[in-house]
Structure formats: structure tokens, C-alpha cells
Design a protein around this ligand. Sequence first.
Ligand SMILES: Cc1ncc(COP(=O)(O)O)c(C=O)c1O
Length: 393
Amino acid sequence: MYKTETADIRHQYPRSENREHSVPLYLTSSFVFDDAEQGRALFADEQPGNIYSRFSNPNTTEFIGKMCALEKMDDGFAFATGMAAVFAGFAGLLKAGDHVLASRALFGSTYQILVKILSKWGITTSFVDASRPEKWESHINKNTKMFFIETPSNPGLDIIDLSIAQKLKEKHNLILFIDNTFATPILQTPVDYGADLIAHSATKYIDGQGRVLGGVIVGNQDLIDEVRFFARQTGPAMSPFNAWLLSKSLETLSLRMERHCSNALALARELDGNAHLIYVRYPGLESHPQFILAQRQMKSAGGIITLLIKGGYDRAQRFIDALQIFSKTANLGDTRSVATHPASTTHSKLSIEEQEQVSIYPGLVRISVGLENKDDIIADIIQALEKSKKGKK
Ligand SMILES: Cc1ncc(COP(=O)(O)O)c(C=O)c1O
């Protein structure tokens, strides 16, 4: 049995008669049958094989195989976006009357799916605070079917204790469904805590270069079979081109994560105690309220930092405008460092109260630390903090 990096890098779809080293791009919508009997057998699931790219394709199969090797899960399905993956996990497994327990600090669209979409179909959700695990169990009722967790959360960087989640899952027979986008399987493997299903936005670190959208779910075979049934019928499949690209990206994921984490730690340490900041939040800093939990649960603290800048909304916007190297965009997990102002962009659809519940304040800036030289990243932030002190916006 190879170590995970080796299993990820060496996993490849079987070579064709052309003996290619890298997997070709299979741009085909359907696959031909040798004869009518083979068509029947494939549709009857009596024989494995590709039928139609909405169901499977060699490129998506390879990508899923690598994700399963990294997450140590049985099987998976690849989606056009991370949100399609998260939604399929809910829609494929829940029915009217079911109840979901979810961590409160969730990516905005996931929160909207739970509150505004699933509720239309009679599926209810209770949200729990990361910092109060002793209260979680009181929200479980006889209809609770799933515990959905994002850790670390976007953008508040709350860490949810997966060992407590595992105990609740086992006691109440819940499906433990984890969004592992921020940590990636390099820093955290939720299966070690009994996770049944794991979703990723592949748009983030898995691509890592800001090129394509993608999502994936991996999990236990019986659950994946249900998710696959939902996805085969409803059609949110990943394109072969994106799968081909993402599969190649996975081969450098562990190296990239090492550098994202070391650059982020250097920046967080440098900014800790900076006079322009109310706080710098990074799970790898001792000042993070769940530092010890992050040390236990994650191999390293990740590539995202949040800064709460003194002076609120206007100053946060001046700070973003003063940055010279950083990209001003809403994505994250890129080789290039990115600064985002959640209150005016990604989370602007939430009310002020909803924003505060997930640790978003007017002066908060999310930093996705890239792979540039750490000294240049630090110098850019320091000069932008200075420059943003005064000015009109
Ligand atoms: C934690 C998390 N989950 C899911 C998503 C959604 O992914 P996508 O944009 O690929 O649909 C995001 C996007 O930012 C995210 O940060």
C-alpha cells in the first residue's frame, strides 16, 4: 500500500493502445457499444463501463480515484461546482421531514440552501456554534438524519471538534457530512473521525490556479450510490476538460499546501499584535480560540487568514485598494495571494446580524495566502495597512 501522495500521483486511468504517459482528454459525450447486448448489459449494471458522460467519463473517473486515495474513501462523484456537490449530498440523501444539524459558520450558499431551499421541501436545519459543543446534542431530535460541518469555516476560521461530532454521529446514527474545502485532504482527513461523506469545492486549492470550477463528493459506497443516482438523473456532472485539469492539479496539491501553510504562518506571526489591527485570526496562532483543537485535528493550519482592521468598512476597502501584489477577487486557494472584503462581496446578501453570527464584521478582510515569496506578501500587507490609515472612500 503506497503512502497517500504516491497513491495520488501514480493513480491513472488505464493506458490506451497509444501508450500515452499522461492521460488523454476524453472529449466525448457518449461511448459506443460493441453490440446491442453490451448496451443492454451496461445499462443493466451487469457490466462496468462508460455509457454517457453525464454518468461517467475516463477523466472524471481518474479525478475521483485520486480524491478517494487522498480522502481514504470508497467512491465518489465529480460535479460542475462545489455547490452542486454540496447540494447533491443533501438532495440525494434527505427527504421531507428530515432534520439537519449544521455548524453555524458555513459558506454563504450552503447556508442559503439549508435555510431557503431545503426548507421548501420540508427539511429543517438547526445551527450550532463551534465554540459550544456541549450544546450540540440538545438540538438533535428523532428526525435528525445528518450532521453537516465546515471546518475550518469560510471566512470566520472556526474549527469544529470532529471527535465530538463523531461521538454524536455514532450515538444518534447520523450521516456525518464534512465540507473539507479549506483544509484539503492534505491537512485533514475527516474519515479518521468517522465521516461518511466529504465534499470539496475543487475550484479552490484542488485546482489551485484559479482556472476552473469543480466539485466532488467522496464517501461510503452505499451513500455514494444514492448520491450518484441523484446526480445521474439531474445532470450536475463535471466536464471531462475540468476533470483532466483538476486531476493533474492534484499531483502537486501536497507541495502547494506545504507552501500555502508556511507562508500563511509567517504572515500571521508578523501581523500578530500589529497596531492597525483589532485582531489577526489564524488557526496556527496561539491567539486563535481553538488553537489546541486545530493542532490536534489538522496537520497544519491552512492558507487563509482573516484580519479585523481598525476603522471598519471604509478603511477595509482603502486597505484592499492599497494592496499592490494581492489580487482583488472573491476566489481563494490560488497560487496568487488574494484579498477579499466579505461584508461588501461574498457575504453581502446576509443581514448584519447574520454576518455577525459567522464572525463577519465591516472591517474584516479575508486573506488567501499564495505561493509568492513570503517577504513580498508581508511587505505588501504592511504598506497597505499604513496607506489605508487616512483617506476618503
Ligand atoms: C467552504 C466552501 N464550500 C463550498 C464552496 C462552493 O464552491 P463553488 O464555488 O466551487 O461552487 C465554497 C466556495 O467558496 C467554499 O468556500
